[in-house]
Design a protein around this ligand. Structure first.
Ligand code: ADP
Ligand code: F6P
Length: 323
C-alpha cells in the first residue's frame, strides 16, 4: 500500500464539545508528519459535494476552547445509498485523499466502514455526548455535557429547596442513560430513570419520594433520560400522588454546547494524534478508543460489534446514596 500523504477530517452526527480540539489535533499532527490535510465541511454531505478546504496550522488556531465544530456536522441520508457512497469516494479521489478521519458515533462509523469497502482508508474517533459507543470507555463531549447538566441541577436545587418542591429534569440520551446516571450521582438525585431499564411510576418514583419525605427530606430531584421521556407527565403524577409541588425542566440542546472541559480537550487531543499516528504507519480501518485508561485502536468491524451496558453496581450505588 502506498504511503498515506493526503487525509481528510470531518465531524458527523450530533456535535459534541471537544470536537474542535480533535480537529485541531488531527490537523496539527498531520502537518507535523508531512501530510496534506483537508477539512471536510458538514460531514458526509461535504464529502459527497467536495466541500473541502486545505487546512493550515493556523486554520485551527483559537478553536481548542470552542464548543460545536468549526467543520459543522450533518446527518446525510444520501450517504446511506450505494450511489451516495460512490459519489463520496469519487470526490475523495479527485482531491487525492487517501484516508479520512471521521469524528462521530456508531452511525458515522457504519458510513466509514462503507467507505473502507470502496478502498478509502478510514479512522474513527468517538465524538458524542452520550458516551454510548460500545468499543470505548469514553466519548469526547461526555464530561462537558455532564458538567453542563450538573450546573443546571445545582441551580434547580436552590429553587427546589426554597419552595420545598420536587424538580424533574429531563437530560439527553435517547438510547443511553450514561448522562442521566452520572449526573444523578453527582447531583444527588432521589430518582434516576434510564432508557435501559423499565420503571413503574408507583414503585420506582412515588414510593422513594414518600419514603424520603418520611425520613425528613424536604425537596427532591428526579432525573429522567430523554429516551424514557414524559418528564412533564412524571412531574404531574408526583404532584398528584404525593401532594408535593413538582416542576419539570427539559434541558435540551444546551447540553450539546459550551466550552469543553479540560478532560474533553485532553482526550480529544490524544485521540486526534493517535488517529494520525496510525495513518502515518499506513494503518487504516480502525476506531480510536479509551480502554482501561489507555488510548487504543480497534478494527472497525470488531468495534461495531462491541456492546456496552450500564453498570448495575453504579445504578445500585445511586439508589443507596439517595436514602
Ligand atoms: P452518530 O454518528 O452520532 O451515531 P448518526 O447515526 O446520525 O450519528 O449517523 C451520522 C451519519 O452517518 C448519517 O447521517 C449517515 O450519513 C451516516 N450513517 C449512519 N448510519 C449509516 C449506515 N448504516 N450506513 C451508512 N451510513 C450511515
Ligand atoms: O447523540 C447525541 C444526542 O444529543 C442524543 O443525546 C439526543 O437524543 C440526540 O443527539 C438529539 O439529536 P438532535 O440534535 O437531532 O435533536
Amino acid at each position: 500500500m502506498p504511503d498515506i500523504r493526503t487525509i481528510g477530517v470531518l465531524t458527523s452526527g450530533g456535535d459534541a464539545p471537544g470536537m474542535n480540539a480533535a480537529i485541531r489535533a488531527v490537523v496539527r499532527a498531520g502537518i507535523f508528519y508531512g501530510m496534506k490535510v483537508f477539512g471536510i465541511q458538514k460531514g458526509y454531505n461535504g464529502l459527497i459535494h467536495g466541500d473541502f478546504t486545505e487546512m493550515t496550522l493556523r486554520s485551527v488556531s483559537d478553536i481548542i476552547h470552542r464548543g460545536g465544530t468549526i467543520l459543522q456536522t450533518a446527518r446525510c441520508p444520501e450517504f446511506k445509498t450505494e450511489e451516495g457512497i460512490q459519489k463520496a469516494v469519487d470526490m475523495a479521489r479527485v482531491f487525492g485523499i487517501d484516508a479520512i478521519v471521521v469524528i462521530g458515533g456508531d452511525g458515522s462509523y457504519r458510513g466509514a466502514r462503507d467507505l473502507s469497502k470502496h478502498g478509502l482508508g478510514v479512522i474513527g474517533l468517538p465524538g458524542t455526548i452520550d458516551n454510548d459507543i460500545g468499543c470505548t470507555d469514553y466519548t469526547i463531549g461526555f464530561d462537558t455535557a455532564c458538567n453542563t447538566v450538573q450546573e443546571a441541577i445545582d441551580k434547580i436545587r436552590d429553587t427546589a429547596y426554597s419552595h420545598e418542591r420536587c424538580s424533574v429534569l429531563e437530560v439527553m440520551g435517547r438510547h443511553a442513560g450514561y448522562i442521566a446516571l452520572n449526573v444523578g450521582i453527582a447531583g444527588g438525585a432521589e430518582v434516576v430513570l434510564l432508557p435501559e431499564k423499565n420503571y413503574d411510576i408507583t414503585k420506582d418514583v412515588i414510593k422513594p419520594i414518600i419514603e424520603g419525605r418520611n425520613r425528613g427530606k424536604k425537596h427532591y430531584v428526579v432525573i429522567v433520560a430523554e429516551g424514557v421521556g414524559g418528564a412533564i407527565e412524571i412531574s404531574n403524577a408526583i404532584e398528584e400522588k404525593t401532594g408535593i409541588e413538582s416542576r419539570a425542566t427539559i434541558l435540551g440542546h444546551i447540553q450539546r454546547g459550551g466550552s469543553p472541559t479540560v478532560y474533553d480537550r485532553v482526550m480529544a487531543s490524544r485521540m486526534g494524534v493517535k488517529a494520525v499516528e496510525l495513518l502515518k504507519n499506513n494503518i487504516t480501518n480502525r476506531i480510536v478508543a479509551l480502554k482501561d485508561n489507555k488510548i487504543v485502536d480497534i478494527e472497525i468491524n470488531e468495534a461495531l460489534e462491541m456492546k456496552k451496558n450500564i453498570d448495575e453496581s453504579v445504578v445500585e450505588l445511586s439508589r443507596i446514596l439517595a436514602l
